[in-house]
Each structure stands twice: as C-alpha cells, then as structure tokens.
Design a protein around this ligand. Structure first.
Ligand SMILES: Nc1ncnc2c1ncn2[C@@H]1O[C@H](COP(=O)(O)OP(=O)(O)OP(=O)(O)O)[C@@H](O)[C@H]1O
Length: 712
C-alpha cells in the first residue's frame, strides 16, 4: 500500500491535508507518493502547532504502525520535486509557484515558511536599531530609587531594565509573579525620565496581550505597580505619562472585517515608540509576524512571557524560537562602563562577579526552598549538578564557581580580579550571536501567598521531575495544594462543594458581583472530549444545576450559567477565551454579561446574539491561558492522550491563586511530565541559533496509542 493511503487509513489526515495531496496529484499524476504524503503531513503539522514537518521523525505526527520511508530517500524525493522549492538562503523569498518549501530539514507550506522568514527579518530590523542612550548619569538617582537592590548584586529585574534601556528588542521571561510587569513599569518610568531630561515628548506606549483577559490583567498589574511607585515617592510627572489600559493584539493592530489583514502593517506602522506585549507564549506565528511587521522603525518591542507555559495553539511556538536565539543578557553590559556604572555603580570587572554571584545566590535560594519543603538535599545542586534549577544558560554560568568566596559567603565583592576576569570571558561567550534581541529570565517569585505554596511543585513539573511532583502532592505538605489520586470524577468526589459554589453564583443579580465571583473557581481539563473533558463535564454540571436549582429554566441558558466565548468577534468586541455569566434581569429576561474595559461596567448581550460559545464551568487549560482563578481543579484524563505534556500541567497549575486541586492518576501524571509540548520550527535557526529542527524541544512519542478526536 502506498504511504498516502496508509496515512488516510489511520484517520490521521484531515480533509484539508488530503485535498492538498490530491490536488498535487491531479496537477501532475507523476508526483511520487512520498511527496504527496509529505505535503499532506506538512499541512497536518500546521494544524498541530508546528511551523513545518520533519520527515526524519514522522511518527511524532502520525501513525504508530506506518512503515515510513527511510529518511534519506524521503528527503531525496522532496529535493527532486518541482512542487518543492529550496531557497539558497533563509532570508530570500521562496519561489511563489512552488506550494512547498524544504529548508533546514523542515518541509513547510510556503505561506508558513514565508511567515517565519518575514518574522526573522522583522525581529532583526527592530533589534538592529540601538536606542539613544541619553544621559545615564542623570538617570542614576531614579534607577537606584527604582531598583534599590541592584547595587547589592541580586537584582535581575534591574538587569532587565538596563538591558531594555540599551536594546530595542527585549524579552523578559519568568514564571508567575517573578515581577515581569513590575519591572517593565519601572522601565517605562525610566524612559519617561529620559525623555524629560532630553526635553523630548514622552514615549507613546502600548500595552497589549493576545486575549482580552490577559490584557486586562496586565493593565491591572501596571496600575498596581504605578501606585507602588507613587507610594515610594517617584516623581508624579513620570507616572502620569504611563499607560493605565491594555488592549488585545487584534485591537492594537486594527482588524479589518472579513480579512486576515490588519490596518497597521509595515506601510502604516503602529503609532507607538514602545510596544509591550504580555503572555507572548500564546502568540502564534502569523500574529507575531503581523505584530513585528507593524512595529515602527526605531520603536521598542518588549515581550513578556513564561517560556514554560504551553505554546500557542496555532502554529508557531514563536517565543521559544526567539528565546533560543536571543542571548541571555548575562553578558550585558560588558565593555559599557557607563551602563555598568548605572547598574552597579562599579567598574566592569566587578560587575561580572556580581552577576555570577547573583545567579549562584538564586540557585541557592531555590534549593533552600526545596529543602524547606523537605524534598531533597541541596548538595548536588550547589555543586553544579546538571539538575540545577536555573535555566540551562544561567546554570552554565553558575557551574564551576561554587568554590569561590561567592559561594561560601554570597558576597559579590570578595572575588579577586583574576577570578572575575575568567568569569567575564565565560559570560562574554554567552552573547546572542548575530541576533540583536536580548532576553532576561527573572527567577525570584515575589507573589508570596500564605494560602498557596505552589513554587516547589511548579518547579518539579517544569523540570519533568515526576517523582518529586508526586511526592510533594502525596505528602500534602504544600499549603493549598490537594491531590485527589484515584478519584477521576470531580463531580462525584466534590459534588456538594462544587454545586454550592455554582449555585451561589446565581444568588446575585448584580453582574459586577457575579463576574467577580465567577473567577473564584474553575475546573480545568486537559482535553475537551471524553469523561474528563470540558464538554462532558459542562453538560453534567448544567444538568446538575438545572436539576437541583433551576428547574423550569428554558433550554440552554439559565440564571447563573457561565459562558466561554470560543471565537473572535470584532463586531461584539468579544474574543476567544472571554468569560461571562447569564443573569435574569428585573423583567425576567436572561442577559449575558461580559467584562468591559472598566470592570465596574460590564457589557450586556442577548444570549442568542452571542458569537460561538460554550459553558465555562469547566474549560480546557488551553482556553485558560492568560487567566487566573482563586481555586483550580486540574483534571487529567484517565487514559493517555497526546495533548498531555509538562507544559500543559504547569500552565494548568499556575492558573491557581489560592488553592489547587489535582485530579489525576500517578501513571498519567508521569506520562504527562515525560513529554514536552515543543514544536517543529525553523525560527531559532533563522535568527542565528545553532541547531537542527530536531534539536529543538519536541514531544516524546507516546508509549500508548493516542486517542482520537478533537482535543481542544
Ligand atoms: N522587586 C520586587 N520587590 C517586591 N515585590 C515585588 C518585586 N517585583 C514584583 N513584586 C511584587 O510581586 C507581585 C507580582 O509582580 P508582577 O505582577 O510584576 O509579576 P509578573 O511576573 O508580571 O506576574 P504574572 O506572570 O502573573 O503576570 C506584585 O505584587 C509585585 O508588587
């Protein structure tokens, strides 16, 4: 049997994938079967979130039982096909007549290869502009006021702000509560001061995020950070020019009805000097390309995100590609005496020692936290054990220096100059090559909650350390974390508490109050279908609520029903992931309320006039990205499903603010943590990182067969 037929028989291909292969066959009946199958798989790859398809690892995409062609012969067939172009250089446009492109080991649909190429060029264009440095001495007093810890050598937030003063393309990454938004707010105050000193108008600043909820959360964090700066006596003239509202990327770029194009693009760039975008891990390849395209020449782009979260549902994994190409910022500000003086008030060689000391200190403090949780000794870590908690780049810097005074005393000033020079040369070896973007990874969590001690568990999950995660869950020592092992049905085990919460939602007719209460608890699922899927759970919850308290309500909608918008509607200004609630008004009519720009003024809709929506008592982790809830019940399926990954579990868990309930079995949790949700992408390579497509983090092949059906 031929390969295309075998793929069709497994049910792996979508109609669209098959249609592409069939049209190539119709146009040229001599097209080899291996090329047709590869074309279908390149199309399927995009639907699975990849930018292209790697023919050396097809089993990651489909069909455990298929006899795949030998990679060499398959690649040779692709290279010989007239349907497939092979550009001589990653920066040149591929031949428009060829619908496919084979480049750096990946077979792309041409459109996605061109998105990647445009994105790489656009990022380089933004990063290539060096911002005016202004009078750094004049900025120093404010810098010290904003980052009082910088001079003691433990402040990566200060480093991030300093890097962002010096570079136009900056990524500030870190887990929840590591101060990404706080840092950027302080950076914006520094930029305002720079403009004031130089007699220039204040920078025009945009705050944006992929979803409405994420944009709202970001603006809220910025407002809080501004209040904190005001309380710390930062000049009010600097704070009044800072933005207080956020917007979605779609609104920022300006949608055009019934068109995938936006009003802002290279020829009509965004009217902003600084564009700050939160939740960057959620942005897919086409949207990031359009955003970057629309950033004006000379403007800054600051991306914030948590690289351990799930990648975008749509094709891309863009953030991870950019991160792999960007330097880690640790070389900064080598050779830049004025900058290092601003940051550290010290000469350059001492600055390097300070940085290393701060990194070692952060690994130590992380180990201390783990030890406090009673889970493991810090000895192996402190000796530079490969399992160090720091990301690889930082861990690399930390290793080998632990015998110095820095390690024993934690005092950055105690290194001698030879040691510092040796560190300095290692640090210099870590720069971002030719790619001008810079990244700083914040490590210290500041959002301490007495109610929820999530950090040790989140760290174990992020690292894929299932044994530690299970032991933390089982001992029950982490405040606010509960493990419901062997109780796969949350509606059986916790029925009374859950129903009490949802019934209470209907106790009010005030939409502001009801929307606030709606965010208190959420069932998050890995999958949409099946007994532990969002769809089935919602149907059962609706029935339980209707049966217990809402008898007589009309079909579909009822007072207290939570709604989740599942498509973007610019006409309604409602977007995929927005959550609302149905309430009866004084006349008895049901009204669907959704948050507006001002939380005190939600917007009413007629339920029947809403864009596509589901119930939102339970929702998938994918849909919950960018949102937080007081209590989260994270429900994993009983059977293995290929959507499971450590990123999914990490994203689900970190949506919780004060209580996390994990409903899962140990084997499924182990399998989930053994897998990465990584994607095939050539972006890092295009941006100058040295790697092959298969050296990027990609998911492991599942041990048990994947279940079929729509997953999210
Ligand atoms: N250097 C700091 N010192 C003290 N508190 C801080 C510091 N940085 C941040 N915080 C506090 O930590 C909390 C989280 O900060 P912030 O919202 O900036 O984090 P984030 O990384 O943007 O979080 P998220 O990923 O959830 O958006 C806030 O209450 C903030 O005031």
């Amino acid at each position: 049997m031929n390969l295309l037929q075998a793929l069709r028989d497994t049910g792996a291909l979508r109609t669209l994938d098959n249609a592409l292969a069939q049209s190539l066959r119709r146009l040229d009946p001599a097209t080899p079967d291996t090329v047709l199958a590869a074309a279908a798989l390149a199309s399927l790859a995009v639907a699975n979130g990849h930018a292209g398809f790697d023919p050396t690892a097809p089993q990651r995409l489909a069909g455990a039982d298929i006899r795949w062609p030998a990679p060499d012969t398959w690649c040779a067939d692709l290279e010989a096909s007239p349907w497939i172009s092979q550009p001589a250089d990653g920066d040149v446009e591929s031949i428009p007549d060829a619908p496919l492109v084979f480049e750096h080991g990946l077979l792309y649909l041409r459109r996605y290869r061109e998105y990647e190429r445009h994105l790489a060029l656009g990022l380089r264009r933004i990063g290539a502009h060096t911002p005016e440095r202004g009078d750094l001495d004049a900025l120093a007093p404010l810098f010290v006021q904003l980052f009082p810890d910088a001079r003691t050598g433990v402040d990566l937030q200060a480093l991030a702000a300093a890097v962002a003063l010096r570079h136009n393309l900056v990524l500030v990454t870190g887990g929840p509560g590591t101060g990404k938004t706080t840092t950027i707010t302080r950076l914006l105050a520094l930029l305002a001061a720079q403009a004031l000193h130089a007699g220039r108008p204040a920078s025009r600043i945009a705050l944006a995020a992929p979803t409405g909820r994420a944009a709202e959360r970001m603006a809220e964090s910025v407002r809080k950070a501004v209040q904190a700066l005001a309380a710390a006596d930062v000049d009010a003239a600097l704070l009044t020019v800072l933005p207080t509202a956020g917007t979605t990327l779609h609104r920022l770029l300006g949608t055009i009805p019934d068109s995938p194009r936006f009003r802002h693009h290279a020829d009509n760039p965004l009217p902003f000097d600084v564009v700050v975008v939160d939740e960057a891990s959620m942005i897919d390849l086409p949207l990031m390309t359009k955003l970057v395209d629309a950033v004006a020449d000379g403007a800054r782009l600051v991306l914030l995100g948590d690289p351990d979260q799930l990648p975008s549902v749509e094709a891309g994994d863009v953030l991870s590609g950019i991160l792999r190409a960007a330097g880690d910022g640790m070389e900064f500000p080598h050779g830049d005496a004025a900058m290092s003086k601003l940051l550290f008030g010290e000469p350059v060689w001492q600055m390097s020692a300070t940085l290393v000391a701060s990194e070692v200190a952060s690994v130590v403090s992380h180990d201390d936290r783990l030890r406090a949780g009673g889970t493991r000794s810090s000895t192996a870590h402190s000796a530079g054990h490969p399992e160090t908690s720091a990301p690889p780049s930082l861990a690399r810097h930390s290793r080998g220096f632990q015998q110095t005074h820095v390690w024993s005393g934690g005092n950055p000033g105690t290194l001698d100059q030879a040691q510092a020079t040796s560190m300095d040369s290692r640090l210099r070896g870590s720069d971002g090559g030719s790619f001008p973007g810079r990244r700083i990874h914040l490590q210290r969590g500041y959002r301490q909650s007495a109610a929820l001690d999530l950090a040790p568990l989140a760290t174990a999950v992020r690292k894929g350390d299932a044994e530690t995660a299970l032991s933390l869950l089982r001992t029950g020592d982490l405040a606010g974390v509960h493990f419901h092992e062997g109780q796969p049905d949350p509606l059986a085990a916790h029925r009374e508490q859950l129903l009490a919460h949802w019934s209470a939602l209907a106790d009010t007719t005030d939409p502001v109050e009801a929307l606030a209460s709606a965010g208190r608890l959420r069932l998050l699922t890995a999958v949409r279908e099946g007994p532990q899927g969002a769809r089935g759970l919602n149907a059962r919850i609706e029935e339980l609520l209707g049966g217990s308290t809402r008898r007589g309500a009309g079909p579909g909608y009822f007072h207290g029903r939570l709604l989740l918008i599942t498509e973007n509607s610019y006409r309604h200004r409602l977007f995929n992931g927005d959550i609302g609630i149905c309430l009866r008004d004084d006349s008895g009519a049901l009204v669907a309320w959704f948050p507006g720009d001002d939380p005190q003024h939600p917007r009413p809709f007629h339920p029947a006039a809403l864009p596509a929506h589901d119930s939102a008592f339970a929702m998938t982790v994918h849909k919950a990205q960018g949102s937080e809830f007081d209590a989260v019940l994270l429900v994993l399926p009983e059977r293995f499903n290929r959507v499971l990954s450590r990123e999914l579990v990490y994203t689900g868990m970190t949506r919780a603010r004060s209580a996390l309930h994990v409903v899962a079995s140990a084997p499924i949790l182990r399998e989930a943590l053994d897998r990465h949700a990584g994607r095939w992408s050539g972006l890092a390579w295009r941006l100058g990182a040295v790697e092959t497509p298969s050296s990027a983090p990609v998911e492991h092949a599942p041990e048990s067969p994947p279940s079929q059906g729509a997953l999210f």
